[in-house]
Design a protein around this ligand. Structure first.
Ligand code: SPV
Ligand code: MG
Length: 431
């Protein structure tokens, strides 16, 4: 009896999957692989049901002999173990970026005389609708809100990129790349105060009010499903902060990060070049505690951001604050630095982790940008935020275009570096 292997990464079985099982069954004994959560979130979209539920679901399909867990999006381990005569997959993976995975699998099976079969993908209204329903489910506040905590458990490091509009939200949502044969994508969005303010042409001094910041979140939420980490600046007065927490929680935001500063907040990357006042441990702890007692779900996170290294108050001060803020109820600690050398961040993370193995650590490597996500994770970091890179890449490109149109009195000279009109009008999916 021949063996046929297919790997699923779906939460719902539709006609397309049944067709694949049928085609597989015609050739022999069907073994279905269930892509693990950790691999799935890089390869495809976030699961709406647990790994165990997916295993159970696949086992219940008629014609499936065995279900195994596939821990990597590359099939090396599973193929070495099972040596299936055939591997069957929908032909949608002939397209980029999945094509790299497909070609890798083809080479693996060819090496021992196996065969890869690309089954025509089932494009039907029913399949399209199921796909849309899954997407909508992920966008619902109750699913989106808890997703950050789920991600922290599922993946060694959660990767967030800034978004300040529907369009930048879509970039975070949809960008998938193939690198070294594997696919990768961002996990979450960071609604940066710097980029939200900059997009509105305003300074990053808590001038853009909460109503306006919520409007930005709403624009992003309308077109995305990934979880949102909100940059809450100082959080304002504790009496106001509790309302912010409730609003964000209701909207489906996963976390707010508040920094231990008071008075006129300036952007941290100014460091000590401008006057900035750090809140006392007691003031910040009281705000965290007020926020925690206002929140209604277990999903939402209040993360305390420590500015001691930015304000040159020293490592001991940073660590003392971390301890106190966790004690006050903080669900995570963000440690910030504007040094190019990551040494002080690494030292903080190592020392904090030595005494606290659980509390998530968040870092924003804008200045210390040579250290990799993997290295940061090795020092106990759970969330890496790329806080402003989309804004900083878009602005010079737009400015150069404006200058060149003025210079040449026409737009021909800039056309080569523009997205084609045809592409921009089809960039946004319509329902
Ligand atoms: C932001 O993105 O607004 C931040 C991070 O707060 S930083 O600009 O590095 O202070
Ligand atoms: Mg900010």
């Amino acid at each position: 009896m021949k063996t046929v292997y297919t790997c699923f990464c779906t939460d719902v079985i539709h006609d397309g999957h049944l067709n694949i099982i049928e085609k597989a069954h015609q050739r022999g004994k069907v073994i279905v692989g269930c892509l693990s959560d950790e691999a799935l979130i890089r390869y495809n979209r976030f699961p709406t049901v647990s790994q165990d539920e997916r295993l159970r679901l696949y086992r219940s399909i008629d014609g499936v002999e065995e279900v195994v867990l596939q821990n990597d999006m590359l099939y090396d381990d599973v193929i070495a173990r099972l040596r299936p005569d055939y591997i069957v997959h929908g032909d949608n993976w002939l397209q980029e970026p999945e094509r790299a995975i497909r070609d890798h699998v083809e080479a693996l099976v060819a090496a021992y005389g196996g065969e890869l079969i690309d089954v025509p993908y089932t494009y039907s209204d029913k399949v399209r609708k199921i796909d849309l329903q899954l997407r909508e489910k992920l966008a619902m506040p109750e699913y989106r809100r808890k997703r950050l905590r789920q991600l922290i458990r599922m993946t060694p490091v959660v990767k967030a990129l800034e978004a300040h509009s529907g369009l930048t939200g879509l970039i975070v949502e949809k960008t998938v790349v193939e690198h070294d044969g594997k696919l990768d994508q961002f996990d979450a969005m960071w609604v940066s105060s710097l980029c939200d303010s900059t997009a509105k042409g305003k300074p990053d001094i808590e001038l853009v009010d909460m109503t306006s910041r919520f409007r930005t979140i709403d624009d992003i939420m309308e077109v995305t499903t990934k979880p949102i980490i909100f940059d809450g600046d100082t959080g304002g007065l504790a009496e106001h902060f509790v309302y912010t927490v409730r609003s964000l929680e209701r909207m489906g935001v996963s976390a707010i990060i508040i920094e231990d500063k008071k008075g006129l907040k300036k952007n941290s990357l100014f460091g000590t070049e401008v006057e900035q006042t750090q809140a006392t441990i007691e003031e910040m702890s009281a705000k965290i505690a007020a926020g925690k007692s206002a929140q209604l779900t277990d999903d939402f996170m209040i993360i305390a951001r420590i500015e001691s290294l930015i304000l040159e108050k020293g490592m001991e001060d940073a660590l003392a604050r971390a301890r106190a803020f966790v004690q006050a109820g903080a669900d995570g600690i963000m440690i910030h630095s504007r040094k190019k050398d990551p040494a002080e961040i690494v030292e903080f993370c190592d020392r904090f982790r030595a005494e606290d193995g659980d509390t998530p650590i968040v870092v924003v490597p804008s200045s210390f940008n040579t250290i990799t996500e993997e290295e940061l994770a090795g020092h106990g970091v759970n969330i890496v935020i790329y806080a402003n890179q989309l804004t900083r890449s878009a602005f010079p490109a737009m400015q150069k275009t404006a200058e060149d149109i003025l210079r040449y009195h026409r737009a021909k000279e800039v056309d080569d570096r523009l997205m084609p009109i045809k592409q921009i009008i089809t960039l946004i999916d319509e329902l």
